[in-house]
Write a protein that binds this ligand. Structure first.
Ligand code: ZN
Length: 426
């Protein structure tokens, strides 16, 4: 109690005792990633000596609705205050957003002047794909700095967290929405039921909610434990999502599996009774999830065992290369990368520095391990022997952009699901 740092940290997090969808207390922990700093809280030089807040990173399964979730809730005002992920920076994501917007407008044929809202609209990258289609566009984005970027590019943006109140405000000030979009935000919510009530406030009777989020089945199949960080409170199956929407008189009428972010779900939701036809996909996903053990605790325990084995094999590989005198850096200072580095305690003795394309991150230090973040150009100038790809979901893009580094003798290490080296031999 006498340590002011500890008191401050306790105020920054709360511990949930009940499942955030169904309220059950039948929650069992299967994965322990330790005490971890916030994966997107990059540090400035003058912050390196300050005590860094760390929080438990434990993952639980709800026995009743099958939702995989964190129970440690970091105060969103702290977690997202200086949020640094700007979606416009990746070629892969730009192309993905463009084709997503095309599909939505083709399939649903919105009428002139209808309202399309994006929740957690980031810098407006995704919404900007709907410009020139005779729709009204509105973003909702809590991060002050990023909402400003969106507004400057001409995307009207409410600087708030989406909630029941904001849903009501949208209906009052802009009229009911034909479509609400959300990419990679649904997992950030603690109060999911409140969020869905907000959707019901804002959506027209025929209005649809379309969102994308990581799929827990991909996490299990490809050992993507590094998608676990404090921002991601939930890891979705269609089974758990169906339970959530059913509580509110809504239903999933289509689901698609997308390759983006290591495997995502694109989910289409409507009010029960709205006219959009229900495809056979939601029932098919639920049946496959049941068959593959996604509702069984044993499946998650086996996953955790593989995660601990991966830690040993990757750290062994890095140690071996270092003992051979090789120089190793890391590529892509993504949040998932920081989960991996902190869980495996990969610090400057193994990896000299990180390189990243984002100018906002360059010059900062990674959370926890405090690796300096340098521009990507450094790779070709400095020619380290190996670059560990932390943003492994962009491996193809990174390798094709870094041919100069490879031709100069550089090699990449891909950590998941089994550590391997590109190119394999020379
Ligand atoms: Zn539950």
């Amino acid at each position: 109690i006498s340590d002011p740092g500890l008191v401050a940290m306790e105020q920054l997090a709360t511990r949930r005792e009940e499942c955030r969808i169904c309220g059950s207390r039948q929650l069992s922990r299967f994965l322990d990633l330790g005490l971890s700093p916030l994966a997107n809280r990059f540090l400035q030089q003058d912050q390196l000596d300050d005590e860094e807040p760390r929080f438990r990173l434990d993952v639980f399964l709800c026995a009743d609705c099958s939702l995989v979730q964190l129970l440690e809730i970091v105060d969103p005002a702290f977690l997202f205050r200086d949020y640094i992920y700007v979606s416009g920076t990746s070629d892969t994501m730009r192309a993905h957003f463009s084709s997503f917007a095309d599909e939505v407008t083709r399939r649903f044929a919105f009428q002139s002047d209808q309202l399309v809202v994006e929740v957690a609209s980031n810098d407006g990258t995704f919404l900007s794909n709907f410009e020139g289609r005779d729709l009204r566009l509105l973003g909702v984005e809590p991060a002050v700095n990023i909402a400003e970027i969106a507004t400057e590019r001409g995307i009207e943006t409410i600087n708030e967290f989406f909630s029941e109140d904001v849903g009501e405000r949208i209906r009052t000030e802009y009229g009911p929405a034909a479509c609400i979009l959300a990419t990679n935000v649904f997992a950030h919510l603690d109060d999911m039921n409140g969020f869905v009530r907000g959707l019901l406030e804002a959506l027209d009777h025929e209005g649809i909610f379309i969102f994308e989020n990581s799929y827990v089945r991909d996490m299990l199949d490809h050992l993507e434990f590094d998608s676990v960080y404090h921002e991601h409170l939930s890891y979705f199956s269609v089974t758990a999502l169906s339970a959530l929407f059913a509580r509110h008189g809504m239903e999933i009428f289509d689901v698609q599996h997308q390759p983006v972010h290591g495997g995502s779900l694109r989910v289409f939701v409507k009010r029960q009774g709205a006219s959009h036809a229900v495809t056979d996909a939601p029932a098919r996903f639920c049946a496959e999830e049941k068959d593959s053990g996604l509702c069984d605790f044993e499946t998650y325990e086996a996953f955790a065992t593989r995660v601990y084995e991966l830690r040993s094999s990757l750290v062994d590989l890095l140690n071996r290369l270092r003992s051979e005198g090789k120089r190793i850096v890391a590529y892509g200072s993504s949040a998932k990368g920081n989960t991996l580095l902190n869980f495996m305690e990969i610090g400057s003795d193994l990896v000299a520095y990180l390189v990243d394309k984002s100018p906002l991150k360059q010059g900062t230090f990674s959370p926890g391990m405090h690796l300096p973040v340098l521009p990507v150009e450094r790779l070709v100038e400095d020619r380290p022997d190996y670059a560990l790809i932390l943003a492994w979901n962009f491996t193809d893009e990174i390798v094709s952009q870094q041919q100069d580094y490879i031709e100069a003798g550089g090699r990449f290490i891909v950590p998941l699901p089994t550590p391997h080296i590109i190119p394999e031999s020379r």
